[in-house]
Design a binder for this molecule. Structure first.
Ligand SMILES: [Zn+2]
Length: 84
């Protein structure tokens, strides 16, 4: 009963794969994933899509290089690719 392998340091972000039958929508402008509603809470856009795949969870936007590359300024979940 050892817990080997469970002590991995938590990364600043988490990458996960998603399949296409997604209920949640992503904002086409800032990529944030929106669980509910029709308007992006960050940029106010109503240009949302459910055609996105892959997401990252940014939990420390100030230290995340990927957040900088994606111009992410607020912690949250963001779609990696959006098929517009
Ligand atoms: Zn937005």
């Amino acid at each position: 009963m050892t817990g080997e392998g469970a002590g991995r340091e938590e990364a600043l972000l988490e990458i996960a794969e998603r399949v296409s039958d997604i209920m949640e929508k992503a904002c086409k402008k800032c990529r944030i994933i929106i669980a509910q509603g029709e308007v992006c809470p960050i940029c106010g856009s109503s240009d949302l899509t459910n055609k996105w795949s892959g997401y990252i969870t940014v939990i420390n936007v100030e230290k995340s290089e990927i957040a900088k590359k994606l111009s992410i300024k607020v912690n949250g979940r963001y779609a990696v690719s959006i098929n517009s």
